[in-house]
Design a protein around this ligand. Structure first.
Ligand code: AMP
Length: 270
């Protein structure tokens, strides 16, 4: 496994590499990340994983500061999974040119996390654009846990580059909580409440398998969940998978939730 710390070494290492799979991460790796790596190794000849906590996608300084890190353990996991290249750039390696035209999310897409985390996806698209330009992967592996992220990155990257986005299933713990680096910041009670929230989404999906969701149902549900699990919900919405438009039926749709639990923001979709 080659550890690469700057762009010059990256260019050298990737000079003759074809059919490269790319797994972008912010580190503090878990089995969700490992599932993307496994998929890349299965489909692509070589796999590169990046570890970079991208400052421009954080709309909250404190969230950026307290984002969990453990590089030694990350490297152990990557080695064990026989990753070919790990790219750990500095901010100056990624933000080495200024854009003439700012990246913007169009008004139709200013929903869900785009609405509640100002400039978050602009930062995600900016960093993905910079990564793809230098890494030139044929495939990029991303998790459905961050569904809106895949939706926006796919739209942006695939019309600009040849790279294809491959979406990968959400990996959950034994009680249905999606694995997330941020779970590390939670207490036992928080984890238990967060698991309950995910299970509520599953119940909703079952409850409305064949009938339409009544008007205001989700608004009331949101209030109840906030009370029951001591959380503050940014949104609880049913949206179509294809275009993320609002939906009233389960068919081809998913529930999306974002909430704050003890100052940690979690998302899920089911
Ligand atoms: P992150 O390090 O949180 O930025 O995540 C890096 C990539 O891993 C993103 O494409 C995420 O969607 C994906 N990912 C994070 N958690 C999970 C999970 N539980 N299951 C599958 N993919 C995940």
């Amino acid at each position: 496994m080659k550890i690469i710390l700057n762009n010059t070494d990256l260019n050298k290492a990737l000079e003759n590499i074809k059919l490269l799979g790319f797994v972008p991460t912010m580190g503090f790796l878990h089995n969700g990340h490992v599932s993307l790596i496994k998929k890349s190794k299965k489909i692509c000849k070589k796999t590169i994983v990046s570890i970079f906590i991208n400052p421009t996608q954080f709309n909250n300084k404190n969230d950026f500061k307290k984002y969990p890190k453990n590089l030694n353990n990350d490297l152990k996991i990557l080695k064990k999974n026989k990753v070919d290249f790990v790219y750990i750039p500095k901010v100056k390696d990624i933000y080495n040119f200024k854009r003439k035209v700012k990246i913007k999310i169009n008004s139709n897409d200013q929903i869900l996390c785009a609405k509640f985390r100002k400039n978050h996806f602009e930062g995600v698209l900016d960093v993905m654009d910079r990564f793809v330009k230098i890494i030139k992967p044929i495939k990029i592996f991303m998790g459905e846990k961050d569904f809106q992220q895949i939706y926006l990155v796919k739209k942006f990257i695939e019309q600009k580059y040849k790279s294809k986005i491959i979406s990968c299933k959400t990996i959950r713990d034994e009680e249905n909580l999606p694995l997330s680096s941020r779970n590390f910041l939670l207490s036992k009670t928080d984890i238990s409440n967060a698991r309950n929230v995910s299970q509520e989404l599953i119940k909703l999906k079952r409850q409305f398998k064949i009938k339409k969701i009544p008007k205001n149902f989700l608004l009331n549900k949101k209030k109840n969940l906030e009370k029951e699990f001591k959380i503050k919900i940014d949104y609880l919405e049913l949206r179509k998978l294809k275009n993320l438009y609002n939906s009233k039926k389960i068919l081809n749709s998913r529930f999306f939730i974002a909430y704050h639990i003890n100052h940690v923001r979690l998302i899920d979709n089911f």
